[in-house]
Design a protein around this ligand. Sequence first.
Ligand SMILES: *Cc1c(COP(=O)(O)O)cnc(C)c1O
Length: 866
Amino acid sequence: MNSLATAPGAHAGWVVVKFGGTSVSTRPRWDTIRRIANDWHARGKRVLIVVSALSGITDKLKAIAEAGGDRSRREALRAEIVARHEAMFAELGLTERAPLQYWLDRLTALAVDARAETGDLPWQAEVLALGEQLSSTLGQAYLTAQGLATRWLDAREHLLAQAMPNQTAWGCYLSASVPTAPDPALAAALAAHADVFISQGFMARNADGETVILGRGGSDTSAAYFGALLKAEKVEIWTDVAGMFSANPRIVPAARLLSRLDYEEAQEIATTGAKVLHPRCLNPVREAQVPLAVRDTNRPELAGTEIGATVAAAAPSVKAVSERRGITLISMESIGMWQQVGFLADVFERFKRHGLSIDLIGSAETNVTVSLDPSENLVNSDVLSALAADLAEVCRVKVIAPCAAITLVGRGMRSLLPRLAGVLAEFDLLRVHLVSQSSNNLNLTIVVDEAAADGLVPTLHAALVKSEALRAEDPAVFGPAWSELYASAAPGHETPWWQQRRDDLLALAAQSTPRYVYDLATVRERARRLRALAAPDRWFYALKANSRPELLQVIAEAGLGLECVSPAELELAATLVPSERLLFTPNFAPRAEYAAAFARGARVTLDNLHPLQHWGETFRGREILLRVDLGAGRGHHDKVRTGGAGSKFGLSLDQIEEFRQLARRHDVAVVGLHAHLGSGILDAQHWREVYAQLAALAQRFTRIEAINIGGGLGVPARADEAVLDLAALDACLTEIKQAYPQFELWMEPGRYLVAEAGVLLARVTQTKRKGDYCYVGVDTGMNSLIRPALYEAWHEIVNLTRLDEPADTLYQVVGPICESGDVLGSNRRLPGCREGDVILIAQAGAYGATMASRYNLREPAAESVI
Ligand SMILES: *Cc1c(COP(=O)(O)O)cnc(C)c1O
């Protein structure tokens, strides 16, 4: 493992890797640390591992430090800490007790130290430091036992804290700072001893040799200090998320990973709300020009966020939107003295007196408003009223709280302002207290009432992406969305069949590609699911979604009728189901097609006045259904919405009376009302509304027997989309049917039955790199599957040949058609693709082969059924 052949040379560079509490708390996590450190070592680097305390331990040590005279509480906490480390010692299978025992004895001694009674600050610092001293001791033993010779390094020997001006005694011991500059002598001295070291985060020593603590974010900061001292080639902060995101992913799952940031941008994002990285750790690495990366311990294949001096030239973009709550604003009306010499000095002196640091400043003719950030200040009502009393000597004071500060971060913010018009419209302008554009041109902050901030960040993020002020698709800056990386599938998603049948699919692909493959069992199962619903009386499958005879057979056997939109579809359908199960719902069809449909015995749906106005004889004495336009379309894309004046489908509601009169004149009976408003709908309530509206309309006719509420049952494309809740659909339809027991309920799904049953297999032809884009080309494109180009439809894409390899490259998956829209999927993370690999495009069973063309005279994909 520690092979001599790759041992770092005399001038080998350093890499500092830091692991937080959860990353050091189990044996498997230590194995990950070993792998990561070993990888660097094998690449010829010297490695310094910086660790936090086992999770929960720092809190317990803090409780000891603050227990004051409560001896028994200290003793109880001490016992818990000892037990936790004994357990870890056993879990790691360690045998040599002495090093651990040394620190456990220190703990015991400190817990009974006389200084505990008064909470003496130097004593507190020593207590707090124990967590990292213990964890690094266990880690040193384990890594070495596992074959990675690791040397323990006392952080306090190398990090020397310096008191800051105005720093309190508390700050000196418990929130210390370490000025660092590269120290080549230290790097050389360490290199003489070993290749791999482990040290403690969170601590340093002061000029008197006492232990001091670095305060919040301390372990990240330690790694940054060491990175600067050693002039490391890289500092890696390993944590539980892939890096920094364009917004807090807990409230904005669409937030994008920030792949690359410069130090200043990262600093702004960390300061204005992101919790992944403590802002204090950026200064040391920036000054020493050491790149820093934030990476996910659970997903080491991801590159995370890289922070460095220069960022690949990219167009200006908002990088992130963040939010800080609990902000207090102090508004000061200067009684006509604002321009007077010394006014601001008088005001700010009073903030200093109360130990308050100011964040944002806004000024007007007679007013200065400043904000206090709770993460930098101890803001409580006592402090505020004392401050207000003092300020009242020089101005009129108003305290506005609680507020939220919403910040947009991005280099060159001013040049982005024109794009932000629509975004800023999301703010309720009446409630904006302060707008501040930073003098470094990196941020724009808007302070609003906290109550007005709810939901604002997700809305702003969406608006920023939409306006392209946040250029989410720019791979020089942004990676995948958090939801793509982590979203555990929303409930109801099943493992797709093709994962189990990978070998069969690869065998089929070996015969020829491109090729659609359909799984009949999936179609059968979907049909069974629909037939199990109680409310609908009749089902018709819209066969334009997929007209493979084998699939139609399965659907017909399940008892569904077939909904057709052309004579050829009718002809095919008539070979599979009896005529009373045929529905003909064409649009702008010529007269002869209606006549032919009647001749076949199909049920015919009209959606216009024209046929009855001009071809009355064709319809005389017939029963028909009437398709109406209920006024607004629904669905996953403009092009699949089939309602509203902009859509060519359906009779306008204001023409119903005229239609009725025409029908009476030609002795045509309207026996059903129909509406189909769009495709890909995932909300069950939609069909309830359609039913309610059609049933109400039915009162204006005398012979209505059936209410056909259309299809459009959606199949979620992405794992984080909710699935259509069939039980809820059935329940709400059953309920509304009870109000209209006289009508039959019909539905006509297409996509739902077949989308997931089909995949498109294609073979990699070429790969290409252009600028920051990687393209992977496959042997078919929009000629086989036009949905991405036509509807911006999102289809999951995997490299079936390399299903088990880490998906670590961002690809544009494109076809061979001479059309720039010939993109099957953009920004997809796939394993490195090679010529000949089989690419699978999922959910291609609906509107795939049936919409294919011979564009460019390229034959579309063949079809097989399994
Ligand atoms: C296409 C179509 C359907 C089926 O739509 P899906 O979204 O595939 O369920 C149903 N009814 C009519 C009239 C259609 O044109």
